[in-house]
Write a protein that binds this ligand. Sequence first.
Ligand SMILES: Nc1ncnc2c1ncn2[C@@H]1O[C@H](COP(=O)(O)OP(=O)(O)OP(=O)(O)O)[C@@H](O)[C@H]1O
Ligand SMILES: [Mg+2]
Length: 565
Amino acid sequence: MDEKTKGIIIAAQGNLVTVRFDGTIRQNEVVFVKTGGQSLKGEVIEINGNEAKVQIFEPTDGIRYGDEVVFEKDLLSVELGPGLLKRVFDGLQNPLEDIAEAAGYFLKRGIYLPPLPRNIKWQWNPTAKVGDTVYKAHFLGWVPEENIKHQIMVPFNFIGKGIVKSIAAPGEYTVEQEIAKIEDEKGNIRSVNMINMWPAKFALRFGERLLPTEQLVTSQRIIDGPFPVAKGGTFCTPGPFGAGKTVLQHQISKYATTQIVIIVACGERAGEVVEILREFPHLDDPQTGKKLMDRTCIICNTSSMPVAARESSIYMGVAIAEYYRQMGIDCLLLADSTSRWAQALREMSGRLEEIPGEEAFPAYLASRISELYERAGVIKLYNGEQGSLTIGGSVSPAGGNFEEPVTLSTLAVVGCFLGLSRQRSDARRFPAIDPLISWSKYGERFAAHGDDKMKERIKIIEKAQKMIIESDDIGKKMSVVGEEGISIDDMVTEGIAGLSMDRQNEQLGIISKVLDKNFKFDDREKARNYFLDLTDKIIQLNYLPREASIYGEKKQEILNMIEGE
Ligand SMILES: Nc1ncnc2c1ncn2[C@@H]1O[C@H](COP(=O)(O)OP(=O)(O)OP(=O)(O)O)[C@@H](O)[C@H]1O
Ligand SMILES: [Mg+2]
C-alpha cells in the first residue's frame, strides 16, 4: 500500500482539473500534476467514484489531456519548527527569498523549496529526561529563536502515551537531526527532530480553552480606549477602498504588545508587502529594543499571484500562529483582506458548479469565516502556561456597503468591530475608525473579570458614545436648518462631542468631567467660542510629551476652564 496512487487529467477548466485515478485517495490530499517537465502542486477538493476534482495552486497553461497526476497521501500541510520568524513565505509556504536566490526574481511555477532552513544550526537545550512520560505537544527542550524560547514539542501526530528513550545532549543541531527517541504504547520507537508537520486547514490546539480576559494593547488610542481588543480575541476592520485598512493593520503590527506577529497579505497589492519588508528591518521593537522584523513572519499571496493559493495562505498563517501559541506565546495574526480570500472561495465554488448563495458566494461562506476566527483564543497548556492567538481581519466590501455577505458573516463571529468610514478618511482623520458604528464586546468582559479601571471607563465610553450619536443627529439637523435653527442645549451637545474622543485614560478623565458638567451659556457666540477653544486645547495637549512640565500646566488650564464655566 506504499505505492502512491496515480491518475491522468481528463478535463481542465481554469485551475480546476478533473483527474481519473486508480487506487485510493482522500479529500484535501496534495497532488502533483506532471506537465511539460514541471510538477504543479494541487489539492483534492471533490471525489466522485474514480474521478477527482483538483484545484491547482499555480497557473495551469499548457496542461493537457493525459498528463500524469501523482497523489501524495499527505494533506496540505505546514512545516513547523525554528526558522519561521523574520521570513516571507507564499501561500504554499515557499520561502520567497530562497526561491528568488535559486530561480531569479520572477517566480516560475512548479518550484517548491523546504520552508525551514536546513543548514542553520540551532542551540539545543534539552529539558525532558530519559524515562519521562510525554504526550503530543509536550516540551522536549528549546532553542533560542530571535527573542523567544522556541520549544521543540513531541510531534502533534504522536498517538497516546510516550516514554522518552533518549534525548540529545546540549549542542548545535539542524532541524533535520534527531534530538530525541520516543517509544509509544505499542513499543515502536520514533525518532524525533525539530520539524513538526500539521494539516493547515485544521485547528492546532492542545490544551484547555480559556475565556480571553486580558486586553491586547494595540497602541492606537481609538481602539484601546473605547473599543478594546482582547488577547486571544478577534476583531475586524471593514472599510471602503482606500479608507486606511492596510495602514491600520501595519500600525497595529508595529505597536501591538504581542510577542509574535504573523501578517497574511492576501490578494492585496505587492507594493504594500514590499513596504513592510523595507521598513520593518529598520524599525525597533519598542518592547525588546530589537528589530520589528525579528518577531514577524509574513505570508504573502498578493494580487499578482495565483488565486487558488490565496485560500491556503490564510490557513498557513493561522497554523503558524497556533504553533507558537502552543509554546505559551502571545501571537497576533493580521489578515488583509479576508474579502479577497472569500473571492477565492467564490471562484472555486463557481467552477465546481455548486449552488450559489448570496452575491454568488458559496453557501458555506459563513461557516468558513467562523471556522477561521474560531481558531483564535487563549489556551492553557499541559504545564499550566498560557498562550494566546488574536486574529484581526480586514474586510473590503465593494462600495463600502457593509450589508454584504463577507462583512455580515464576519460581524456575526468577531468580538470587536472597528468600522472605517469614508467620511472620516476623506476628512483625513486617521485612523478612520467611526465611533458611531464601532463596538467591542470585550470591555464589559474585562470589567466582569475584576478590571475596575475598565468598569469606570465603560461608563464614560457609554456616556460619550450616546453624546456622539446625539451630536451626529444635531449636526445633520444643523446642516439643513443652520446654526440658528437649533437650541443652545443642542449646540452644547454638538460642542462636547466635537472634542476628540480617541484619547487615552487621562484624556478620558478630562472628557468625563466635560460630560458631567452642566454647561449654561447665554448666547451662541459664547458657546461656540468656548467649545472651539476647549477642543483646540485638548487636541494641543496631545502633541505635548507627558513627562514635560508644560503638559501638567496645560492640563490644569483645561481643567480650570471646565471648572470655571
Ligand atoms: N493612519 C494614517 N495616517 C495617515 N494617512 C493614512 C492613514 N491611514 C491611511 N492613510 C492614507 O490613506 C491611504 C490609503 O490607505 P490604505 O492603503 O491603508 O487603504 P485601504 O483601505 O487598505 O485601501 P484598499 O481597499 O485599496 O486596500 C494611504 O495611502 C494614506 O495616504
Ligand atoms: Mg489595503
